[in-house]
Design a protein around this ligand. Structure first.
Ligand code: MOS
Length: 770
């Protein structure tokens, strides 16, 4: 490297900047927060699934040692509901109803009482003394219950292109099958906790959330106070996978407990409560019909889904969302209905809807390939959507064909004998399966603020969260490149609603949203320095323009004359400034702002978004290749090998991005083979611990190989597409397709249990509901 060459940190594999803190146990999660005079709240959950509270006996609990308050619907202050129009400024949909506002019980485990005491042990002891009697109703536990009502959600309207019925009837070959997916529960390792403290009319809350500003706004509505009077802090989250996207009732209850007792209060959910009060991925039944010509050209796709929703909830669930533009196909119809059930409030779990929808669609495509005798990759390549199937616009970026090609080569797909049950390794039946993965493009608005201080350090921050994917790390890298400040001298802050407004870390949209905001803000900060020196006689940079400079080594030099260099610290000192601070925000995808620049090796290259309406904004793509080994006697299934080829646009840090893909694969293995939230026939949850609800562990996740292909997406200066949820889409189908190839048994019902493989249990599709 020559002395004048600046080098980008972005794009290199870097360790997490917060890794050391985490492994040393020094990262403070909400559960770790303690305050002087802290009291402890515990929750009592309904033991029935549906009905009314007839009586709550609290006398013994109130007399129990250390108890400060027992709160139920009978004595709880009114909490205002956030109307459906309160979308937190971001399209995450309405929030659950406020707790303790009536005697109605809508699901098992619903909070019906709260005890606040000096210690958690005292609160638990008192909670055990509370006696609740109920008037029970018959819960709704089947989609076919005539009393239930279907819900059509505005975000998943009916979709029709061409005439599916006619095209199906005329097709040479048809596949028409029903697929089911089980209810799954997010199960982050970190127990969700809220610590709330009032000071007059102001409220400070430490809360396990993916969205500090959302929690702030929801609390402000509930308690009728100014959002500016609420501060939400969450520097670290011990996993969430979507469980922290909504403002759950316990968050409001913690603030209520603090208000009633006039003490700071900590509320930590139990693992069992994590199953009933933080949302979950609802179960689905999906019918997919595909018609094709003998040579494998798709003629029609129909995708009809029903999924569960709680008795009083709303949820955006994008089960059929990706189907209309998955393949080139003239006739497509989708329907997505939600059916009210007496179940805990559902939420979002990694790739909500798309994980389930892709299982059905990509299983059906595999079934078509078997019916036609065409290789499943060849069938997908033949029907690849080279342009957006609806608008005909070219994709902003789409390397799916490269994913198929490079993934197949890395995996060794040509060694596959297409005949099911034809490959063996001793007693193990060996199966190769593959599927397509895809995730919508999503970038909500985001703001950031950046400072350079007189000591030459940079501090960039935004009220976002890092639930594990690595925003702390990649935003530090990005700021270092944009400012030309060595990465060791850059600090990135997040997890505080007092910082500029950021969206939830969700929908795989945060890296794009926050990254483009950090990018634009840092460009504006450098521009502010340029303005400061442009007619500064004392600066070697006098007369410089943004287009002619390079940032590096904590300062700016003229690109064509590296000797003309000055550090930010020197500029600030001469101008007698302690720091220079600029607030900025991201431009929406497809829009150009004055701060829209591409920063490369310290230089600022003007960025222009593609002209309006000229491109279809593409999300991420993946091709998954899976080898399973199924014991021919015992039916045990091992995912021996996975190769995932991923088009995630520009990859900011291959190390953390790869971890995201591995995480998605691990959860895909769980979804396909292990995970099932089970209720009994009265609607009570049976699986309420990690002993009963089985997630994929290290022994289940063996040889995983991740390949990044593709190019930066041109719709934003940053060029990312989001990888947090991409890998779980299509993953369960790839495994199911491999199980079929290994065994000759097609399982259309998740999870693919040993019993189903051995044929000892009727697949759910015959009798799909509890
Ligand atoms: Mo994800 S379900 O958008 O956290």
């Amino acid at each position: 490297m020559s002395a004048t060459e600046a080098v980008d940190v972005v794009g290199t594999a870097r360790d997490r900047v917060d890794g050391r803190l985490k492994v040393m146990g020094s990262a403070t999660y909400p559960i770790d927060v303690t305050l002087p005079g802290l009291a402890h709240a515990v929750l009592v959950g309904s033991t029935v699934t549906s009905g009314r509270i007839r009586r709550i006996g609290v006398d013994a609990a109130e007399r129990s040692p250390g108890v400060l308050a027992v709160i139920t619907y009978l004595n709880a202050p009114a909490l205002a509901h956030a109307s459906a129009t309160l979308r937190m400024g971001d399209p995450i949909g309405p929030q659950p109803l406020p707790p303790f506002q009536s005697d109605a019980v809508l699901h098992y485990g619903q909070h019906v009482a709260m005890v606040v005491a000096e210690t958690r042990e005292q609160a638990n002891a008192a909670a055990a003394l509370i006696e609740v009697t109920y008037a029970r109703d018959t819960p709704l536990l089947s989609f076919d219950d005539p009393r239930t009502s279907p819900v059509f959600h505005p975000w998943t309207p009916d979709y029709d292109r061409g005439n599916v019925r006619e095209a199906l009837a005329a097709a040479d070959v048809q596949v028409n099958e029903t697929y089911t997916t089980a209810e799954n529960t997010n199960n982050p390792i970190g127990l969700f906790a809220t610590v709330a403290a009032w000071d007059g009319e102001t409220l400070t809350v430490h809360d396990t959330t993916q969205h500090p500003h959302g929690v702030r706004d929801r609390l402000a509505v509930a308690f009728g106070i100014d959002p500016a009077g609420v501060r939400v802090l969450v520097p670290f989250v011990g996993g969430a996978f979507g469980a922290g996207l909504r403002v759950w009732p316990h968050v409001l209850l913690a603030a209520l407990a603090a208000q009633v007792t006039k003490r700071p209060v900590k509320l930590v959910l139990t693992r069992a409560q994590m199953f009933t009060t933080l949302g979950h991925r609802p179960n689905t039944i999906q019918q997919v019909s595909i018609g094709a010509s003998r040579d494998g050209q798709l003629a029609a796709i129909e995708h009809v889904s029903r999924s569960s929703i709680g008795m009083a909830d709303e949820l955006i669930n994008l089960i059929t969302y990706g189907t209309p533009h998955a393949y080139v196909c003239p006739n497509v119809s989708t329907r997505a209905t939600q059916v009210r059930q007496s179940i805990p409030i559902p939420g979002w779990m990694r790739a909500p809807g798309e994980a389930e929808g892709s299982f059905a669609l990509e299983s059906a495509i595999d079934e078509l390939s078997c019916a036609l005798g065409i290789d499943p990759i060849a069938l997908r390549v033949k029907n690849h959507a080279h342009v957006h199937p609806e608008t005909g616009l070219p994709w902003s970026s789409n390397a799916l064909l490269d994913c198929y090609r490079q993934g197949a080569e890395r995996f060794g797909w040509p060694a596959r004998n297409p005949e099911p049950r034809s490959m063996r390794n001793g007693r193990q039946l060996v199966g190769y399966g593959m599927a397509r993965g895809a995730l919508l493009a999503y970038q909500p608005p985001c703001k950031a603020i950046a400072s350079i201080r007189r000591d030459g350090t940079a501090f960039v921050r935004s009220g976002a969260t890092d639930i594990g994917p690595g925003p702390y790390t990649v935003m530090t890298m990005l700021a270092a490149d944009c400012l030309g400040v060595p990465i060791e001298r850059v600090q990135f802050g997040l997890g505080d609603s007092a910082m500029p407004r950021a969206p939830q870390e969700g929908g795989s949209g945060l890296t794009g949203a926050l990254g483009n905001a950090v990018h634009a803000t840092c460009v504006s900060l450098v521009r502010a320095f340029v303005n400061l020196v442009s007619d500064d006689e004392g600066s070697p940079l006098k007369g410089c323009r943004l287009e002619g400079i390079t940032v590096r080594n904590g300062g700016i030099h003229i690109t064509d004359d590296p000797a003309r260099f000055e550090t930010y610290a020197s500029i600030l000192t001469r101008h007698d400034l302690d720091e220079l601070t600029i607030e900025g925000e991201s431009a929406p995808p497809g829009e150009t702002s004055s701060a829209s620049m591409i920063v490369q090796a310290g230089r600022f290259i003007p960025y222009t978004a593609p002209s309006t309406g000229s491109r279809a904004h593409a999300g991420g793509y993946a091709a998954h290749f899976v080898e399973v080994q199924v014991d021919s006697d015992l039916g045990t299934i091992r995912v021996a090998r996975v190769v995932s080829a991923v088009d995630g646009g520009r990859i900011l840090n291959p190390k953390t991005a790869r971890s995201q893909i591995i995480g998605g694969i691990a959860m895909g293995i769980g979804m396909a083979l292990l995970e099932e939230t089970v209720s009994d026939r009265t609607g009570r949850l049976v699986t309420t611990s990690l002993a009963e609800y089985v997630v994929a562990v290290n022994a289940d996740v063996r040889d995983v190989d991740v390949l990044f292909v593709g190019q930066p997406d041109p719709m934003t200066p940053l060029g990312t597409k989001g990888v947090g949820e991409l890998a779980i889409t299509g993953m369960a189908a790839a495994i199911a397709n491999a199980v079929y190839h290994a065994t000759g048994t097609r399982i259309r019902s998740l999870p693919i249990s040993i019993e189903k493989v051995l044929g000892h249990e009727r697949p759910h599709s015959a009798e799909p509901f509890r």
